[in-house]
Design a protein around this ligand. Structure first.
Ligand SMILES: [Zn+2]
Length: 134
């Protein structure tokens, strides 16, 4: 599982932070949700801004509680990722790209990183808040 790819440039291990949380094992549904986000949002974003680092992707309930995630976090479903561009100068371009993307569900930005979510089972809410995280 540590070599499983979700898409060309995003691995299951980085999405689940398996080196840090070895028991953070997703369900098959969560894997499918992550692959959806990687193929439709993160790979296109990567083509715009270059390599993207996933700070946090899938979280089981234990990991979600550890990092202080909200109880109904989309991270629990594999429908969200906290990301940053490897090149910090690309941050604004990344925000603009995801803001303009039709499949963006939630986009919440912090200093130099952002939370992006998607939902294969519902119309995207396109809820965007710049500067949401201080
Ligand atoms: Zn998040």
């Amino acid at each position: 599982m540590e070599h499983t790819q979700l898409s060309n440039h995003f691995s299951l291990a980085e999405f689940c932070q398996l080196s840090k949380y070895p028991d953070n094992i997703p369900t098959m549904q969560a894997v499918a949700n992550m692959a959806y986000g990687c193929h439709l949002l993160l790979e296109p974003a990567r083509r715009e801004v270059g390599p993207i680092i996933v700070n946090s992707g899938f979280r089981n309930s234990r990991v979600n509680a550890l990092v202080g995630g909200v109880a109904n976090s989309q991270h629990l479903l594999g429908q969200a990722a906290d990301i940053r561009p490897k090149d910090p100068k690309q941050f604004q371009r990344l925000v603009e790209f995801l803001n303009a993307h039709a499949l963006t569900d939630q986009l919440l930005t912090g200093p130099g990183w952002l939370h992006i979510s998607w939902n294969p089972f519902a119309s995207p809410r396109h809820f965007v808040r710049v500067g949401y995280y201080k």
